[in-house]
Design a protein around this ligand. Structure first.
Ligand code: NAD
Length: 485
């Protein structure tokens, strides 16, 4: 990294306001692999002032969408050219297998390209006819955006906010998580290489205190956040004080419903990824598995066999399919939940411990809990580890739907069945932002977000762009046809 002693503020590499450093610790070796400057409140103030000036007086919000699209494509090209290096960086700080680290570069490159296309095709203005008048409907950028990013998919989640914000004409201050600031240096370099006007993008790695300062800043018009529901609740309360716009992508406790006509082996194959991807550190994972009593043992046997095939180990080893958890704090949290689950009566059918061959690193085995009931904490709270909670049900599809919906969360879900119409009927009844029939996957360019306490608003696709736009209804005198509408 060429800029590891500076902060990227307003499009320039500058000296940080303090000498404080963030230690980046490898989840697999527990060793410090890098130190980067930690942004302080003064750095935030400077970045917001520059972003404010760039929005209020600078050229960026007034550029043509096609021009903004070209900038997004240049950011994508820079990241794409450095994909191997940035993929390794992500693996080194997140601990995910290298192939997954690479996907975490290619995904953002795809998002930037798709958002550039969207910027060019989107109708930023149209006409609307009311009762007695006609108005031009203008979509204008929402203003200065604070983007708060977690550590589990750091580049992906930063770009999911940056791309539509820039496409809309906003200026942006990104705060990466303190655990994973290294990929953000690369993103800053990509923004620099793309040639944005001064002030448009700042990237300030810091902890939650400085994050709270950023979201409280009166110069911020909109906050886009991904992370825990607890932090999201606090951020939304902060935004409420000044009616700052807010979109929240929060936690989940998503249910996979296996119907009694499903093939348990096929469902287990999908659920392997659906519970252990990124060592279980993804909000949309299907951590509750609702299995009819008639298929329970066959399903648990199939998933146990598949989990036994997971190669837990060094994320840089090409054979590895699951790396460590991101931090000691995260492993403590997962182990604590496993203890709570057992105290409440659940049983471990597979895994449950630290892999004995890996004395260093924050590793944990893929784990299956059986005998879970939906009222237990393990079934209600987000664990964020590779833990599948199997809940057995007896009384048909409607009982499975009731259990799936009996949650504070409403992020994702799935149904497994050999009857697609039956699957459709279930899909329509489950209250979640995304849902899959006979699968697990998601797509970053299709609206993603939560019902209930899983969040507010959507990222991805047209809805993701609209989250960075305000609507102005412009009444004009009869006979006047403004140019460009
Ligand atoms: P967190 O929500 O506290 O942190 C996520 C990001 O938000 C980080 O950048 C953090 O610095 C920032 N942040 C936290 N509080 C803030 C505030 N008040 N104002 C501004 N920024 C703030 O998550 P965590 O403590 O890293 O992880 C704890 C749990 O949260 C995990 O175990 C998991 O259950 C959940 N989580 C969910 C997601 C997700 O994608 N939905 C991501 C990370 C963590």
């Amino acid at each position: 990294m060429s800029h590891d002693a500076e902060l990227f503020i307003g499009g320039e590499w500058v000296r940080p306001s303090s000498t404080r450093l963030l230690n980046v610790v490898s989840p697999s070796t527990e060793e410090t692999i890098a130190q980067v400057p930690e942004a302080m409140e003064e750095d935030v103030d400077r970045a917001v002032d520059l972003a404010r000036a760039a929005f209020d007086q600078g050229p960026w919000p007034r550029t043509e969408p096609a021009e903004r699209a070209e900038v997004l494509r240049r950011i994508a090209a820079h990241l794409g050219q450095r994909d191997q290096e940035i993929g390794r960086t992500i693996t080194s700080e997140v601990g995910c297998p290298l192939a997954f680290g690479l996907r975490q570069v290619h995904g953002p490159v795809g998002i930037l390209g798709a958002t550039a296309d969207l910027a060019e095709s989107h109708q930023f203005s149209s006409w609307s006819t009311g009762l007695a008048s006609r108005a031009a409907i203008l979509s204008e950028p929402v203003g200065v955006v604070a983007a708060i990013v977690p550590w589990n998919g750091p580049l992906y989640l930063a770009v999911s906010k940056l791309a539509p914000a820039l496409a809309a004409g906003c200026t942006v201050v990104i705060k990466p998580a303190p655990e994973t600031p290294l990929n953000a240096v690369a993103l800053a370099e990509a923004c620099e290489a793309a040639g944005l006007p001064p002030g448009v993008v700042s990237i300030l790695p810091a902890g939650r205190k400085v994050g709270q300062h950023l979201v409280s800043h009166p110069g911020i018009d909109k906050v886009a956040f991904t992370g825990s529901t607890a932090a999201g609740r606090k951020i939304m309360a902060t935004c409420a004080e000044r009616m700052a716009r807010v979109t929240l992508e929060l936690g989940g406790k998503s249910a996979a419903i296996i119907l009694d006509d499903a093939d348990p082996r096929v469902a287990a194959e999908q659920m392997l990824m659906g519970t252990t991807m990124n060592t279980g550190q993804a909000c949309a994972l299907l951590s509750r598995i609702l299995v009819p009593a008639s298929l329970h043992d066959a399903f648990v046997d199939a998933l146990s066999e598949l989990m036994a095939g997971i190669r837990v180990g060094d994320p840089f080893d090409a054979e590895t399919t699951m790396g460590p958890l991101v931090s000691e704090r995260q492993r403590d949290r997962v182990e604590n939940y496993l203890a709570i689950a057992q105290a409440e009566g659940a049983k471990i059918a597979h895994g449950g411990g630290r892999p004995p061959h890996l004395p260093k690193g924050w590793y944990i085995e893929g784990t299956i809990l059986v005998g879970v009931e939906n009222h237990m904490r393990i079934a209600r709270e987000e664990v964020f580890g590779p833990v599948a909670s199997v809940i057995s049900y007896e009384a048909g599809d409607s009982e499975a739907v009731r259990l799936a919906n009996d949650s504070e969360y409403g992020l994702h879900g799935a149904v497994f069945t050999s009857d697609l119409e039956r699957g459709m009927a279930v899909a329509r009844q489950v209250r979640t932002g995304t849902f899959t029939i006979n699968g697990f996957g998601l797509d970053p360019c299709i609206p993603f977000g939560g019902y209930k306490q899983s969040g507010i608003g959507r990222e991805g696709g047209t809805m993701g762009l609209e989250a960075y736009l305000e609507t102005k209804a412009l009444f004009v005198p009869d006979g006047f046809e403004p140019k460009g509408i």
